[in-house]
Write a protein that binds this ligand. Structure first.
Ligand SMILES: NC(=O)C1=CN([C@@H]2O[C@H](COP(=O)(O)OP(=O)(O)OC[C@H]3O[C@@H](n4cnc5c(N)ncnc54)[C@H](O)[C@@H]3O)[C@@H](O)[C@H]2O)[C@@H](O)CC1
Ligand SMILES: Nc1ncnc2c1ncn2[C@@H]1O[C@H](COP(=O)(O)OP(=O)(O)O)[C@@H](O)[C@H]1O
Ligand SMILES: [K+]
Length: 498
């Protein structure tokens, strides 16, 4: 996993690398900027008119190196330095000298000197990086305004000028980048929907900062990598009873599809034995669509009214398609009160928890909740910013000792100790009815196979997204539907078995 660092930790990692590699700061700037250019060159067509805007800090210093390298590669580049040269860092000054030998550098010291930016230009934003210390105003804000109004493609160096790597949006001007080419590790803000407008599509390039130092930084947020994902394994004498026995409590009249999707995803995720508790109306539907499962009928025709924990199962999962009928609310409450092992709750089971918040206290510790933002808001109330949303996620997980995934792009998986893991897989094609039901089945099956609850959740979210990515390659994001996720689960599992 990649630790997500604060602005201060990023500075510390720079300094540690400079001291211990050792490398001079000017050479580190050169290395970082060359890494930027390598990525930039894969994204921008040759022959583009490139306009680079530099502040006089080290982010601007990067901009000057990038300009030099691009000029040496025969690109059409104009350079604009904004602000006072008196405040320039040493490394900025050295690179200013190196660049002046090659080309003219425009100084922007007042509004009249702000250039016109054609819509077909490519802008590189080197005004401010992780050293931003206050909201951007004055001349810098005017330059940013021109950049944003121009309609040009904008490539931010490290981070869009005006953004803090680890703090909410400031009051001042912020560059709206189409791409961010960031150094070494992704920043927290890259994972927040409200920041997308400023961050654009982001890329991380390796600039050779000290890896053991980065891994040793204390943080409570990480970006999951494939190598973090453990999978259950089978051994020679395994039988269906030892490979995970799951009781899935799902469905109501008109929502048997949710139960079907969860059940099929569970079977495709290695569940040894699957029982489905469902209202009578679901019997035939499930027997036909999931012949591998055994179906237990509720007494009620249309909704679930009574489920008792059974001795012969390892894990209970409840929620997909159950509705919030008062009889079902009572059934869930009874089930929670009679269960001591971690269980999986999704969809309407979460809505029932929101209606009966006292049940949260009764949930078996380490249980798993899988809300989408709507369900999450019902559980914890509305939030004013994505930072507050993440605080609420940590609060919910820690207060009730739960593992919770807040679903969406970069789904945030939170452990009961409040550690956040952003998920790298998945795509907008998965924004389609039933995707969440598939996730429930995957996670419950992994838990039933003996994985620790947090590991099962993080792995399930990763595999679900990977199945979505495999499906998108084959059917496209638009045509992708939830059943495709189940079809491409085998490919997702195979990809992880390296
Ligand atoms: N050796 C290093 O430390 C490396 C740094 N790198 C680059 O350096 C950047 C960080 O550089 P710096 O720490 O110099 O900081 P920045 O270049 O982000 O800017 C800091 C300067 O801007 C001023 N400033 C901050 N907010 C302002 C505002 N709102 N209005 C006007 N002035 C403002 C500060 O007083 C300071 O002079 C990184 O983002 C990265 O691009 C890379 O070259 C990699 C190596
Ligand atoms: N834009 C997106 N990028 C990546 N994953 C997404 C995106 N939109 C939705 N998903 C994933 O699809 C699933 C949708 O779940 P949910 O909203 O519960 O669907 P449903 O209730 O229809 O089953 C979640 O796992 C979510 O992470
Ligand atoms: K920048």
């Amino acid at each position: 996993m990649i630790p997500i660092l604060t602005a201060q930790q990023i500075r510390d990692a720079d300094q540690y690398t400079i001291g211990h590699e050792p490398i001079t700061s000017i050479n580190l700037m050169e290395r970082a900027s060359r890494a930027f250019v390598r990525k930039f060159s894969t994204l921008v067509p040759g022959g583009s008119r490139i306009m680079i805007f530099c502040g006089t800090g080290n982010n601007g210093g990067d901009g000057l190196v990038i300009a030099r390298v691009l000029i040496q590669q025969a690109h059409d580049v104009s350079i604009f330095v904004v602000g006072s040269m008196e405040r320039a860092t040493e490394d900025f000054k050295v690179n200013f000298e190196r660049l002046s030998v090659l080309t003219g550098i425009h100084q922007v010291a007042n509004e009249d000197q702000i250039p016109n930016i054609p819509g077909n230009a490519v802008v590189i934003d080197g005004l401010f990086g992780s050293g931003l210390s206050r909201p951007v105003s004055g001349l810098f804000a005017n330059v940013i305004d021109q950049i944003n109004k121009s309609g040009a493609e904008v490539y931010a160096i490290d981070i869009s000028s005006g953004l803090y790597p680890d703090q909410p949006l400031s009051e001042g001007a912020v560059v709206e980048a189409t791409h961010t080419i960031s150094f070494q590790t992704p920043k927290l803000i890259f994972f927040l929907p409200e920041m997308r407008k400023y961050v654009g599509q982001w890329h991380v390039v390796d600039i050779g900062l000290d890896e053991p130092f980065i891994q040793s930084c204390e943080t409570d947020a990480f970006f999951t990598q494939a190598r973090d994902i453990a999978l259950p394994s089978r051994s020679t004498f395994d039988h269906k009873g030892s490979a995970g026995r799951l009781l899935l409590i799902a469905g109501s009249k008109g929502k048997m599809g949710a139960a079907t999707l969860s059940a099929r995803a569970a079977m495709r995720s290695g569940c040894g034995l699957l029982y489905i508790h469902t209202p009578c109306c679901g019997l035939n539907i499930l027997q036909v669509n999931v012949p591998e499962a055994m179906v237990i009928e509720d007494e009620h025709t249309e909704v679930i009214t009574e489920v008792m924990p059974a001795d012969n199962v390892d894990v209970l999962a409840m929620g997909p398609g159950i509705g919030t009928n008062s009889l079902t609310q009572k059934a869930l409450a009874d089930l929670i009160l009679h269960t001591s092992e971690p269980m999986v709750l999704d969809a309407d089971a979460l809505n029932i928890l929101a209606l009966n918040p006292e049940l949260l206290n009764a949930l078996p510790p380490e249980s798993i909740l899988t809300p989408h933002p709507g369900e999450f808001a019902r559980l914890v109330g509305a939030w004013r910013s994505d930072f507050e949303k993440l605080e609420k996620l940590r609060w919910l997980a820690k207060t009730y000792q739960l593992n919770v995934v807040l679903k969406g792009a970069y789904s945030a998986v939170c452990s009961s100790r409040g550690y956040l893991y952003f998920n790298p897989t998945g795509n907008p094609g998965m924004a389609t009815a039933g995707s969440g039901d598939v996730l429930t089945g995957i996670v419950a099956a992994l838990l039933a196979q003996g994985m620790a609850p947090f590991d099962a959740l993080r792995a399930g979210v990763y595999l679900h997204g990977q199945a979505g990515d495999e499906a998108a390659i084959n059917v496209g994001e638009i045509s992708l539907m939830a059943s495709d996720l189940i079809e491409y689960l085998p490919a997702a599992f195979k990809k992880l078995h390296f």
